[in-house]
Design a protein around this ligand. Structure first.
Ligand code: MCA
Ligand code: AMP
Length: 506
């Protein structure tokens, strides 16, 4: 019986004694050892009743073991639900309640808070710590390895990734085996990955970028990865001389540029630097080339669509653009109001169609219908235009979204949390330019009549409710929010007013 994604990504290497994960001072993990781990983890999942289509929610630190959980899920025909390690238990409760996983894996330190909510949702909570220990690892050691992958077809779900909404609740984007595999195949070929490659992997593995783009391509190519627990400039500088490629968000590149050790000599073995998840400033592109001789290859994607466009490998990598549609993927620009298709050169909504585009939002058919047209085009919420020679430029976003260090933050969610705090009448959350993170979160608050709001106190009240990366870096208290005649808050005015407030921040 075939398992569409597992057979292509993981199966071919099961017997290989080649190194797969380079782990700094620790011994590298071979493909064979990784395959053994996956088989035992899949055995433990099966022993706990996980079967085809079941969700497995995972909030664990990045490690080879955490990566093996991904492979084990796919092997069981289950659906991976990766969760940002920064999420608070309050935030996790929503995802667990909505996705109703069969199993929740978390760090031991979080178990006492997460286990009750898992039980409420009908899930078993087990632990997997960053060092690979925990009750799940114990169960895996005791379980019969699950050797033959469960059947899974191209259209079966492989993962659900939650992406917060501009309105209301976070939505679970359902990604099929084919969505992931087709995209990885196209990118592997386009970016020329092969078994000679060593990828510097410093991204988190709970998002599309670090998990699917980086890992799936490396697996398809039979390449190695320097599997770093997180972004650390020393570790990256240490890994680069023996590596051939790196994928990162723009903050990776600006931080590397801040380090004098980044030189042409350091990067002579490298053949490719890729950037995505947030806009790469043309200036960063140019400075990086001047310093290293490498032109960063920028690409564009979304959780719902995987990757959509990429600058070319051989042709011109054009700064300030996200390149050309990937083979098999169509991009069109439409009028945001009418949906009418616009000509090249006109600015409008970016829409995407192709085998990379997700199946829909988990248990939200009406949201799916709002954002995915009957003809298959997905309405991205990004605004752009296509140059005469086909390069896509992203010029803005229609969705109210902040991208900070590559993480998406939805102002609506922060505003709702702020508005619920005692003494807060209303709030507006905006992005301000931030030298390190690209954009930083700024909160503007109006207090209830007669109430003195203390910004410090607000910050204290937010912890526990919102992941730290979502919390405003600055909070301003004002008498009233600027509104237009329709009563709508004029965020543009606030953005102008507070444009410089994070300039000194790192
Ligand atoms: C950490 N902090 C942040 C962020 N990261 N605040 C705002 N935005 C962030 N991105 C906060 C922490 O809570 C902490 O706060 C302080 O900053 C330092 O934390 P630390 O962990 O040391 O931060 P860091 O290691 O320096 O992390 C910065 C980072 C990281 C390297 C930029 O955020 C990162 O790896 N970002 C990549 C995200 C990503 O993979 N995005 C892809 C999703 P305090 O000190 O106050 O406690 S988008 C996607 O997948 C689509 C499909 C696509 O196109 O790729
Ligand atoms: P996510 O919802 O985390 O998948 O983030 C997807 C969003 O990130 C897209 O809709 C874009 O707004 C943004 N994005 C991804 N890649 C780029 C890029 N290269 N340039 C500008 N924005 C990007």
């Amino acid at each position: 019986m075939a398992n569409h994604l597992f057979d292509a990504l993981f199966g071919p290497h099961a017997q290989s004694n080649e190194q797969f994960l380079l782990l700094g001072d620790r011994p590298a993990m071979t493909h064979r050892a990784f395959a053994g781990l996956m088989a035992r983890y899949a055995g433990a999942m099966r022993a706990h009743g996980v079967t085809r289509g079941d969700r497995v929610a995972v909030q664990v630190a990045k490690s080879p073991q955490a990566l093996a959980v991904y492979g084990a899920c796919i092997k069981c025909g289950a659906v991976l639900l990766p969760l940002n390690t920064a999420y608070t238990p309050d935030e996790i409760a929503y995802f667990v309640g909505d996705a109703e996983p069969a199993l929740l894996l978390c760090d031991e330190a979080a178990e006492s808070r997460l286990a009750p909510m898992a039980a409420d949702a009908g899930a078993t909570a087990m632990t997997l710590n960053s060092d690979g220990s925990g009750s799940f690892a114990d169960a895996a050691a005791a379980a019969e390895p699950f050797e033959t992958p469960a059947a899974a077809e191209a259209g079966d779900l492989a993962a659900i990734l939650y992406t917060s909404g501009t309105t209301g609740r976070a939505k679970g984007a359902m990604l099929s085996h084919e969505n992931l595999l087709s995209n990885a195949q196209v990118l592997r070929e386009l970016w020329r990955f092969d078994a000679e490659d060593t990828l510097v992997h410093a991204l988190p593995i709970f998002h599309t970028h670090g998990l699917f783009v980086a890992v799936n391509i490396a697996l398809l190519a039979g390449a190695r990865m320097h599997f770093l627990p997180k972004f650390d400039v020393d570790a990256i500088i240490g890994a680069i001389p023996a590596a051939t490629a790196m994928m990162g968000v723009p903050t990776f590149y600006t931080r590397l540029l801040d380090d004098p050790r980044l030189t042409r000599e350091l990067t002579t073995n490298m053949r490719l630097f890729i950037s995505g998840s947030a806009p790469l400033l043309a200036e960063t592109h140019e400075r990086f080339e001047a310093r290293t001789g490498h032109r960063i290859l920028e690409r564009y994607g979304m959780t719902e669509t995987n990757m959509n466009t990429s600058n070319p490998y051989d042709g011109e990598r054009r700064a300030g653009t996200v390149g050309l549609p990937l083979p098999g993927t169509e991009i069109r620009i439409t009028d945001p109001q009418s949906g009418r298709e616009l000509a090249d050169g006109e600015t409008g909504m970016i829409e995407v169609r192709g085998p990379n585009v997700f199946k829909g939002y988990w248990r939200m058919p009406e949201k799916t219908a709002e954002e995915k047209r009957e003809n298959g085009f997905f309405i991205t919420g990004d605004l752009g235009m296509i140059d005469p020679d086909g390069y896509l430029r992203i010029v803005g976003r229609q969705k109210d979204l902040i991208i900070s260090g590559g993480y998406n933050i939805y102002p609506k969610e922060i505003e709702a949390t702020l508005d619920d705090l005692p003494g807060v009448l209303e709030s507006a959350v905006i992005a301000a330019p931030h030298a390190d993170l690209g954009e930083g979160v700024v909160g503007v608050i109006v207090g209830e009549p007669g109430v003195q709001i203390d910004p410090e106190e607000i910050v204290g009240l937010l912890s526990g409710k919102l992941a730290r990366f979502k919390q405003p870096r600055r909070i301003f208290v004002v008498d009233a929010l600027p509104r237009n005649t329709m009563g709508k808050v004029q965020k543009n005015m606030l953005r102008q007013q507070y444009a410089d407030c994070l300039q000194q921040s790192r």
